[in-house]
Ligand binder design. Structure first.
Ligand code: ZN
Length: 276
């Protein structure tokens, strides 16, 4: 039986760093707020083989896309769907924080403490959430430790891939996946009473992009300084009301562990409730 296909309209809020994949070389996990139902709700879309997707469908964060989706068989988390990548259409882009907040602000904020507790108790608990950040203790920036065994195997498998022409655009073989130089993780407190603090790795695509595009010729200390400037000083500036978009792993033994998929940093004015 074919899975039921639905047309979803999604404000893209999360684009994670590419991960090795034996089918496509590398794939990206995307999440956002689905707005075609009765209430805005989280949706996770995986996989997107960005390297094989032509420019016209390479959507960015805060684009609004429409895409056919269905439930996958491997991932039973309640927000997870598989996209039909040939059906993607970019229909809008929300440039202003106020417009973004009109949608993101309708999803109830939660806390990492609550997500963690619920995920350990129930495999169908929320696996994505927006978590206001009470305080950041530290942004730890460390050299990338290398791909895992499983990832190395996927990279090796992918070397034999024939070029894919998914969109009939005559794609050339795109460049290989590059390992990042640094990874980063936040130690932070959420707003739950008695929060003991959390450590979450930053999986945002932007972290790798910053390194690839702007930090190649810098020393380690200079590069770390630039990462801190962007992900600490700017995102947590005092006029911003900053939250993390967090998500857990599909692997059932890791469901209680939430990573930071992206940072939501509207100004206080743009995040203020509208009066009318
Ligand atoms: Zn907490």
């Amino acid at each position: 039986m074919n899975p039921r296909v639905e047309r979803a309209r999604v404000l893209i809020t999360v684009k994670a760093a590419p991960e090795p994949s034996s089918t496509y070389g590398d794939t990206v996990c995307v999440a956002g707020i689905r707005t075609d139902g009765a209430h805005p709700e989280w949706i996770r879309l995986y996989p997107f083989p960005f390297r094989w997707m032509p420019e016209r469908v390479r959507f960015k964060k805060y684009d609004v896309i429409e895409v056919d989706v269905h439930r996958g068989t491997r991932d039973d988390r309640r927000e997870s769907y598989r996209p039909d990548i040939q059906s993607i259409e970019i229909v809008d882009h929300l440039d202003h924080w106020r417009h973004r907040h009109e949608i993101v602000g309708k999803v109830a904020p939660t806390s990492t403490c609550e997500l963690h507790r619920a995920a350990l108790a129930n495999s169908q608990a929320p696996s994505l959430g927006v978590v206001p950040v009470a305080s950041v203790e530290k942004l730890e920036i460390v050299p990338f430790v290398g791909w895992t065994e499983a990832q190395l195997k996927r990279i090796a498998d992918a070397e034999n891939l024939a070029p894919l022409d998914l969109f009939g655009d005559g794609m050339d073989t795109p460049p290989e996946l590059q390992a990042p130089r640094f990874t980063a993780r936040y130690r932070y407190h959420c707003f739950a009473d008695g929060c003991p603090s959390h450590t979450g790795q930053l999986l945002d695509w932007e972290l790798g992009e910053l390194q690839r595009r702007h930090l190649l010729n810098l020393s380690d200390d200079e590069a770390k300084g630039e990462i801190e400037k962007k992900f600490l000083t700017q995102k947590f500036a005092s006029h911003r009301e900053t939250s993390f978009f967090v998500g857990n792993f599909g692997d059932k033994v890791k469901r209680g562990s939430f990573s930071i998929l992206g940072i939501y940093a509207p100004t206080q004015a743009d995040a203020a409730p509208t009066l009318f």
